[in-house]
Design a binder for this molecule. Structure first.
Ligand SMILES: [Zn+2]
Length: 163
């Protein structure tokens, strides 16, 4: 799903207001109208999360126009070596962690700090990245690691040439 379409379908304040649901339209952090760009980039809470992100340079998310611009720009952002996250992979996980922090507060009254939020984003990004490395397609697996087929003495083997 494209980011542009995703931000229009999230049950976020501005989208709920457009559908006539006006009781959950304000940002839980600052009280402004909750729009995707506000919640994930421009809110002071989100700015604090982005500033703590382990990129080689500090990100001021209030300067990013919108999510589409951010995802394109993030492909060149390099993570500091100790994190082990490849460039471009952290952006969606930070957005997801900000969204999750919003939902935990809204539905469970659990508060996550910007520091908790970025820690969660980095941890999940690393887990996801490791999962991508371990789940190779069958044709890329090491053939020497496969188990030898066992022969049942009752089986008849018929080998034919390829020609
Ligand atoms: Zn806000």
């Amino acid at each position: 799903m494209e980011w542009k379409n995703l931000s229009k379908t999230l049950p976020i304040g501005s989208n709920l207001l457009a559908r006539g649901l006006s009781n959950l339209t304000n940002c839980i952090h600052c009280g402004e109208l909750e729009a995707a760009n506000h919640l994930l980039l421009h809110c002071e809470f989100s700015r604090q999360v982005w500033m703590q992100a382990p990129f080689k340079f500090s990100i001021d998310s209030s300067m990013i126009l919108d999510l589409v611009t951010g995802i394109k720009a993030s492909k060149t952002w390099i993570c500091a070596p100790p994190t082990g996250v490849s460039s471009g992979h952290l952006f969606p996980w930070i957005c997801w962690a900000i969204w999750a922090a919003r939902n935990h507060f809204l539905f469970e009254n659990r508060v996550f700090s910007p520091s908790d939020t970025i820690t969660k984003a980095v941890r999940e990004a690393i887990k996801w990245q490791m999962a991508q490395m371990t789940e190779k397609p069958f044709c890329q697996q090491d053939p020497y690691r496969m188990e030898e087929p066992t022969l049942d003495s009752r089986q008849i083997i018929c080998q034919t040439g390829a020609a």
